[in-house]
Ligand binder design. Structure first.
Ligand code: NAP
Length: 348
C-alpha cells in the first residue's frame, strides 16, 4: 500500500525496514557509475553503518558496476559480521585505536569514516578523546591517498536560541562539553591530515539520524507508549531519515576537498518536540505528559548547502512520525540506545 511518493504506509518488520533504508537512491546510483574504485566504511557496526553499507552495495548493483565495499569494526556484536556478509559487504575486524592494525587495512580510493564515541564520556573522557582524535590521526595517515567523507556532529556548533535560523557552515564552532569538543578535535585532525598530505576530505556535521528503532522520534514514542513524561528541556531539534542521511554521506564523497569541505547534514525543518509528541500520542492513542520547562536553546543547524547539492531528504518527517508510532505500538525492536536529545550542558 502506498502512502505517498511510493513510501509504504506502515513498516511491519525489520526486513521491510532494511529494504527501505537501503533502497537505491537515484543520486547514489549515478554516483556509483562514475566514482572510481572501492569503498571502505570505518566503524560500520554501529546504528547507521550497516544500512549505509547496504545502500552502497545495492546502488553499485543498480549502476551495473563492479566495486568492493569493505566494512571495518571491532564487531563487538558478532552477529553484525553475518549481517554484513548477507548484504554483500566484506567485513574486516580491526581495532582502529591500534595504529599497526590500521596500517594493515586495504587501501581504497574512497573512505567513509563513522567510528566515534559519545555515551559514557563522563568518567571516561580520555577514551572519548582517544577515539575521536587518535583514531582520525591513524586513519588520516594510512588513507592519505584516499578521499575521506568523515562523520562529525552538529554538536560542534553551540546551542542557539530557537528563534534563530540554524547554524550554517560559515558559523564558527563553539562546542559545549568534552564530547562535542573531542568531535571538533576529530575535525581538526582530519583537517590537519588533509592540509599535510593533500587528502581530499569532507566533514559531515550530522544532526540526529531518524530510524524507527532509535532516534529522537523513537525516544519520544517510547516514552509516550510506556507512560513516561516527555522531557522538553530542549524543545526543538533537527532530524533526517537515516536512509537519506546515508545517501547524503555517500554523495559527499564527491565533495571532498583540500582543505576539507564542511557540510551540515539534516532535514529542512526545525521540529518542535511538543508538536511531535502530541502527534505521536494521537496516533498511539495515549495521553502525553511532560517534564521540565521548554528551554530557550537547541542544537539547530541549517543544511541548505547539502540540500542544494543533493536535494531535499526523500522521506518527509511526517512519514517517520507515522512509521515510528506504528512501530512502537506493535512492539517493534528498539536498539535501546537513547539519544539524550534533552541534554543541554554537553554532558553525556
Ligand atoms: N546516529 C546519529 O544520529 C548521529 C548524530 C550525529 C553524529 N553521528 C556520528 O555519525 C557516526 C555514525 O553514527 P552511529 O550512530 O552509527 O555511531 P555508533 O552507533 O556509535 O557506531 C560507531 C561504531 O564504530 C565502531 N567502533 C567504535 N570504536 C571502534 C574501534 N576502536 N575500532 C573499530 N571500530 C570501532 C563501533 O562498532 P564496534 O563496537 O563493533 O567496533 C560502533 O558501533 C558516528 O561518528 C557518530 O558520532 C551520528
Amino acid at each position: 500500500m502506498n502512502a505517498c511518493n511510493g513510501w509504504p504506509e506502515r513498516l511491519t518488520n525489520e526486513t521491510e525496514l532494511d529494504e527501505l533504508m537501503s533502497r537505491p537512491h537515484p543520486g547514489v546510483v549515478r554516483l556509483m557509475e562514475r566514482l572510481p574504485g572501492d569503498i571502505t566504511i570505518l566503524g560500520i557496526a554501529g546504528k547507521m553503518g550497516l544500512s549505509l553499507g547496504a545502500l552502497a552495495v545495492r546502488s553499485i548493483r543498480a549502476a551495473g558496476v563492479s566495486k568492493k565495499v569493505y566494512g571495518i569494526s571491532r564487531f563487538s556484536d558478532a552477529d553484525a559480521i553475518a549481517a554484513l556478509e548477507q548484504s554483500g559487504i566484506i567485513p574486516i575486524r580491526c581495532d582502529l585505536l591500534d595504529p599497526s592494525a590500521v596500517q594493515a587495512l586495504p587501501l581504497t580510493p574512497n573512505v567513509i569514516f563513522m567510528a566515534g564515541r559519545k555515551f559514557g564520556t563522563g568518567g571516561q573522557e580520555s577514551l572519548t578523546w582517544a577515539m575521536n582524535t587518535l583514531v582520525p590521526a591513524h586513519v588520516g595517515s594510512h588513507f592519505r591517498t584516499s578521499r575521506i567523507a568523515a562523520f562529525s556532529t552538529g554538536c560542534v556548533y553551540p546551542l542557539i536560541p530557537v528563534e534563530r535560523v540554524g547554524c550554517t557552515e560559515r558559523d564558527p564552532p563553539d562546542p559545549v562539553g568534552e564530547y562535542a569538543q573531542s568531535c571538533l578535535g576529530r575535525e581538526r585532525i582530519f583537517e590537519y591530515a588533509s592540509r599535510a598530505h593533500g587528502t581530499p576530505v569532507c566533514l559531515l556535521r550530522l544532526n540526529y539520524a531518524l530510524d524507527v528503532r532509535y532516534g529522537v522520534i523513537h525516544d519520544l514514542a517510547r516514552a509516550i507508549w510506556e507512560g513516561r513524561p516527555v522531557n522538553r528541556n530542549v524543545g526543538h531539534f533537527n532530524g533526517i531519515w537515516q536512509g537519506d542521511a546515508n545517501a547524503h554521506a555517500l554523495l559527499a564523497l564527491e565533495c571532498c576537498t583540500t582543505p576539507p569541505t564542511l557540510l551540515n547534514i539534516t532535514g529542512p525543518e526545525t521540529i518542535p518536540v511538543a508538536e511531535v509528541a502530541e502527534t505521536l500520542g494521537r496516533l498511539m492513542g495515549r495521553k502525553v505528559s511532560y517534564e521540565g520547562n521548554p528551554g530557550p536553546v537547541a542544537y539547530l543547524n541549517n543544511a541548505g548547502l547539502s540540500h542544494s547539492l543533493f536535494g531535499y531528504p526523500q522521506v518527509p518527517v511526517a512519514h517517520v512520525i507515522r512509521w515510528t508510532a506504528d512501530w512502537v505500538r506493535q512492539g517493534g525492536r528498539s536498539l535501546g540506545k537513547p539519544t539524550h536529545f534533552e541534554v543541554a550542558d554537553g554532558k553525556y
